[in-house]
Design a protein around this ligand. Structure first.
Ligand SMILES: Nc1nc2c(ncn2[C@@H]2O[C@H](COP(=O)(O)OP(=O)(O)OP(=O)(O)O)[C@@H](O)[C@H]2O)c(=O)[nH]1
Ligand SMILES: [Mg+2]
Length: 288
């Protein structure tokens, strides 16, 4: 009998949830960056094998919300967790466990039906003693079924984590067609590629202010809008003589061509959607 079911990764922003999701799926289905709050949707990735299907739900990092968007992202995570077979709490090896982590662990008690495991991420960033002390510190905080150290960067214990999670799944026939890797549409993935390229080139608070929407997809031509919150941010994205926008376009175009397998051409527009993170109407229009 085959096994299939759902595991969701939760944790503070920037703890490596999306990178781990990609490593388990074996393909980039979620964007990643060193800016917190990179993920803004629950993204489903699927790891397929002959006898099992592991559906991985990558979620936005949980944090104290400062905006209506932040509040909606937190609510979205809570809603996702209700249906999980397993919840994997992610905590990086190279950061002290703090109040933010403890608050999330506390919240996990509201989901008694899901099995809980703790995952220590980014073990390549520290020595073995620090990994061991992180494992012990986590063990004190909750009654985990398992605690697993991994490094997505070095492919350390990724297969082991997959086997372990699969063994915790119910017996079930396959839930998706065998070759499916994600539920995200090509349109969503294209928008996310543009946002990832932009995130990599910005500093401070601006990353939070970005959203990307698709205006038109016509054969090999794709037109997208990068939304910012204020007029002053428009200039920053465009850069001196349009240099930054041109870099963002080139980099995302390269990544999108890998996705489509075609000589796709991007056109990017920068738009001001005033204070969209706080505006219920604009949030709705941008898909939140
Ligand atoms: N060295 C190292 N860095 C990692 C590893 N996993 C993730 N990172 C880095 O950590 C940063 C955050 O990774 P993400 O996967 O985007 O983190 P996240 O938890 O999804 O973040 P949010 O979506 O903002 O909640 C990125 O710069 C990654 O490259 C790892 O195993 N080793
Ligand atoms: Mg993420």
């Amino acid at each position: 009998m085959s096994r299939a079911g759902f595991i969701s990764f939760v944790g503070r922003p920037n703890t490596g949830k999306s990178t781990l999701t990609n490593a388990l799926v074996g393909e980039k289905i979620a964007i990643t960056s060193d800016r917190p709050q990179t993920t803004r949707k629950a993204i489903r990735g699927i790891r397929n094998s002959d006898q099992s299907q592991l559906i991985i739900v990558d979620t936005p990092g949980l944090h104290k919300p400062k905006t209506l968007l932040g509040q909606r992202l937190n609510d979205l995570v809570q809603a996702e967790l209700a249906d999980m077979d397993v919840i994997g709490f992610c905590c990086p090896a190279n950061e002290e466990i703090g109040p933010g982590d403890k608050r999330i662990i506390e919240q996990l008690r509201s989901f008694p039906k899901s099995k809980k495991i703790a995952i220590v991420t980014k073990t390549d960033r520290v020595g073995p003693e620090k990994v061991a002390s992180q494992l012990m510190a986590l063990a004190e905080l909750a009654d985990w079924e398992q605690i697993v150290p991994v490094s997505a960067k070095n492919d350390y214990q990724i297969d082991l984590l997959a086997d372990l999670a699969t063994s915790m799944m119910p017996e079930s026939s396959m839930l998706y067609p065998a070759e499916t890797v994600t539920e995200s549409s090509m349109e969503q993935r294209v928008c996310e590629e543009v946002r990832e390229s932009a995130l990599g080139r910005l500093q401070n608070e601006l990353p939070h202010s970005l959203a990307v929407t698709l205006d038109e997809w016509n054969g090999d031509e794709i037109h997208l809008s990068i939304h910012v919150e204020r007029d002053s941010q428009k200039g920053i994205i465009i850069g001196n003589k349009g240099e930054r926008l041109s870099e963002i376009r080139q980099r995302s175009q390269r990544n999108i061509r890998k996705l489509t397998g075609k000589p796709t051409r991007l056109t990017l527009h920068v738009k001001v959607s005033k204070d969209w993170q706080q505006d219920p109407k604009l949030l709705g229009r941008l898909g939140f």
